[in-house]
Design a protein around this ligand. Structure first.
Ligand code: ATP
Ligand code: MG
Length: 566
C-alpha cells in the first residue's frame, strides 16, 4: 500500500522517540537500582559499625566482670561493703549499674546509679531478679531489655567459692541502637542465636521475642553471616537491608533503610526528563505535520492541475511555491502547460485548415461527379434509350443487352447522386439544415432498421451556413456511430433553441459508449465532432451509460441575428 508523506514523517518521529523513551525507562531503572545498592551499602556499613560497637562493649563488660569476680572482696561481699567497690561504674557513662545478686535472685549489694538512670536500673533489676528466681541455673548469657524506650544489655558473671556459685554479678549498660542519626525510617534489629528478636529500634517492645528467621529479612541471612538485599521486615515493610553478625556472639544485626529513600530524587529527575521529552516530542511532531502539509499542499495543487489537464485540457498555471524541489517541479509543469498550449493552438489551426480543405474538396468532387459524371451517364442512358426505339430495329439479343445496359446506367446514376449528395448534400444548400437532416435520417432508418424520432422547433430553422454545416456533420458522425457501434433500436434527435443557445441532443438506446473511449485520442470521430463544434464556438459532451445508451449533446451559442428561419 502506498504511504502518505505525513504517515512516513510520523513513523520517523516515532522511530526516534520510542528508543529515547526506552532509554529513559532504562536510565530510571538503573538509577533506582543504583540508589537501592547504595542504600544497601549504607545499611551494611551501619550494621557493621553497630555490630563492632556491640562486640566491643560486650568484651569490655566481660573483661570488667571477669576481673571483678576474681576479687575475694567481691566473692564474699555483703550489703555494707560493696558500694565503694562498685563505684567504678560511675566512670563509664554507658554503664547504669553493677549489681550483685545472690543465687536466689535477691540483691546483695549494688552501686548507686545516677538519678537519671535510677528508675531504669530498678526496672532492670526487678526483671533480672525474676529471671534468676524462675530459673536459678539458667545460662548467664547476655540479655537485652527494652526499658522506657532505652535498650539495656546485661552481662553476667557468677562469683564462686571453689566450685560453688555464691552469687551473680550483673553489669547493666546502655545499648546504642538509636536510629535518629540514620536516614528517616531506618530500622535496627538485633536477632539472638535462636532467630528471635532481642532488640529492635524503633517499636522494640512490640516485636520483642518474635521469630525473625521467618521474615523476608530473616531469610536473607540463612546462607551467609553477612550480606545485603531488598527484603520485607517483620512489620511487612520493604527496605534495603544490610546485616552482619556480632563478633564473638551468635547475634545478628539487621539494618533496614526504607526502599523509597533516594528514589524521590530519581523520580523527580525522571519526571523532569519525561516532561522535557514530551515537550520536545510534541514540538517535533508538530513540525513534522507542518512539513508534511508544506510538501503535500503544493503537490495536491499539482495533482489537481494535472488531472484537469487530462480531463479538460486545462491551460492555467500552478503557483511555483512550497519547498524548492517542489517549486522546480511546478515550474516544469507550467512550462509543459505553455508548450502544450502552443502545440494545441497549432493543432487547432491545422485541424481547422484540414476541415476547410476537406469541406472544399468534398464540394469540388461532389460537383465534378454530379456535373461531369452525372451528365455523361445521363447522356449515355438517353443514347441507349434512343437505340431501343431507333428506326432500325435491334434483334432480340441486342435489345436485351441494351435494356440491361440502360438498367445498369440507371443504378449507376442513382449511386453517383447518392455519393455526391453525401459528399456535399445539395439538400443542405438547397433546402436547409432540417431538410438535409430529415433526408439523412430517412435513409438511415431504411438502411439500419433503427427507429428514429426527430424533433425540432421549425422546418426552416437555420443558424447560417457555417454553423448549419457543422451541426449537419456532427449529426452525420453521431448517426454513423449509432449504426456502427451501438446496437441500438431507437434513435432520438432533438434540436432546441432558446435564450441565445441552441442545443442538439442525439440519444440512442444501445450499449452505451465506455468513458475511456470518450477520452481516447484514437477516437477520431469524436475528436472531429469536437473540432467542428469548436470552430463555431460550440461544445460537445458525449456520455454513455452501460446497457442504456449514448447521448451526444451539443451547445451552440447563437447570436440573435444569426438564428432564425430562412
Ligand atoms: N453510439 C455509440 N454507442 C456505443 N459505442 C460508441 C458509440 N459511438 C462511439 N462509440 C465507441 O467509441 C469509439 C470511438 O468512436 P469514434 O466515432 O471516435 O471512432 P470510430 O467510429 O471507431 O471511427 P471513425 O473515426 O471512423 O469515426 C468507437 O470505436 C466505439 O467503440
Ligand atoms: Mg465514428
Amino acid at each position: 500500500m502506498l504511504q502518505s508523506i505525513r504517515s512516513r514523517l510520523i513513523a520517523l518521529v516515532l522511530a526516534v522517540a520510542l528508543p529515547l523513551l526506552g532509554l529513559l525507562v532504562w536510565v530510571f531503572w538503573s538509577e533506582v537500582s543504583r540508589v537501592h545498592n547504595s542504600a544497601q551499602d549504607l545499611a551494611l556499613r551501619i550494621a557493621r559499625s553497630l555490630a563492632s560497637d556491640l562486640s566491643d562493649s560486650n568484651a569490655r563488660a566481660n573483661a570488667l566482670l571477669t576481673r571483678m569476680v576474681g576479687r575475694p572482696k567481691i566473692r564474699h561481699a555483703t550489703a555494707g561493703d560493696c558500694d565503694s567497690l562498685f563505684a567504678i561504674v560511675d566512670f563509664f557513662p554507658q554503664y547504669l549499674n553493677l549489681v550483685l545478686f545472690d543465687t536466689r535472685g535477691n540483691i546483695v549489694c549494688s552501686a548507686t546509679p545516677t538519678e537519671a538512670d535510677a528508675k531504669i536500673s530498678a526496672a532492670a533489676e526487678s526483671l533480672i531478679s525474676a529471671r534468676l528466681r524462675s530459673a536459678p541455673n539458667a545460662s548467664l548469657e547476655t540479655i537485652v531489655l527494652p526499658i522506657a524506650g532505652k535498650w539495656i544489655s546485661v552481662d553476667f558473671r557468677a562469683t564462686r567459692d571453689g566450685n560453688a556459685v555464691t552469687g551473680i554479678l550483673a553489669l547493666e549498660q546502655y545499648l546504642d541502637l538509636d536510629v535518629g542519626a540514620f536516614p528517616t525510617g531506618t530500622v535496627v534489629t538485633l536477632v539472638d542465636a535462636n532467630g528471635r528478636i532481642a532488640a529492635r529500634s524503633p517499636d522494640g517492645e512490640r516485636w520483642l521475642g518474635r521469630d525473625y528467621s521467618a521474615t523476608g529479612a530473616g531469610r536473607i541471612a540463612t546462607t551467609a553471616r553477612e550480606g545485603r538485599a531488598q527484603a520485607r521486615g517483620v512489620d511487612g515493610v520493604t527496605r534495603q537491608y544490610g546485616f552482619t553478625h556480632v563478633p564473638g556472639r551468635d547475634w545478628l544485626v539487621y539494618v533496614g533503610i526504607p526502599a523509597g529513600v533516594g528514589r524521590a530524587a530519581v523520580r523527580s529527575l525522571i519526571v523532569r526528563g519525561l516532561s522535557a521529552g514530551m515537550i520536545i516530542f510534541a514540538v517535533v511532531l508538530l513540525l513534522a505535520l507542518r512539513l508534511a502539509r508544506t510538501i503535500k499542499s503544493p503537490l495536491d495543487v499539482l495533482a489537481g492541475a494535472a488531472k484537469r489537464v487530462a480531463d479538460a485540457g486545462y491551460v492555467g498555471q500552478v503557483p511555483a511555491d512550497g519547498p524548492r524541489e517542489i517549486a522546480v517541479v511546478a515550474q516544469a509543469f507550467n512550462h509543459m502547460i505553455e508548450s502544450r498550449s502552443e502545440v494545441e493552438t497549432a493543432l487547432e489551426a491545422l485541424s481547422k485548415k484540414l476541415l476547410d480543405v476537406q469541406e472544399e474538396e468534398r464540394s469540388r468532387i461532389a460537383r465534378e461527379i454530379h456535373d461531369e459524371l452525372g451528365q455523361l451517364l445521363t447522356a449515355l442512358k438517353m443514347d441507349i434509350g434512343g437505340l431501343l426505339i431507333s428506326a432500325e430495329p435491334l434483334n432480340p439479343d441486342q435489345k436485351m443487352m441494351a435494356r440491361r445496359i440502360r438498367q445498369a446506367l440507371t443504378q449507376t446514376i442513382s449511386s453517383v447522386q447518392r455519393i455526391s449528395a453525401e459528399l456535399r448534400p445539395a439538400a443542405l444548400d438547397d433546402f436547409g439544415l432540417i431538410a438535409a437532416i430529415e433526408s439523412d435520417v430517412h435513409t438511415f432508418e431504411e438502411r439500419t432498421g433503427v427507429e428514429c424520432d426527430l424533433s425540432f422547433p421549425s422546418d426552416t430553422l437555420t443558424f447560417g451556413s457555417e454553423v448549419d454545416a457543422a451541426i449537419y456533420r456532427i449529426v452525420q458522425e453521431a448517426m454513423t456511430n449509432v449504426a456502427r457501434h451501438s446496437d441500438a433500436t431507437r434513435l432520438e434527435i432533438k434540436l432546441r433553441q432558446n435564450d441565445g443557445v441552441a442545443s442538439l441532443e442525439i440519444r440512442d438506446d444501445g450499449k452505451g459508449i465506455p468513458a475511456e473511449k470518450v477520452r481516447d485520442h484514437r477516437s477520431l470521430g469524436i475528436i472531429g465532432m469536437r473540432e467542428r463544434a469548436r470552430r463555431i464556438g460550440a461544445s460537445v459532451e458525449v456520455e454513455g451509460v452501460e446497457g442504456r445508451g449514448t447521448t451526444v449533446s451539443v451547445r451552440i451559442p447563437v447570436p440573435a441575428a444569426q438564428a432564425g428561419a430562412s
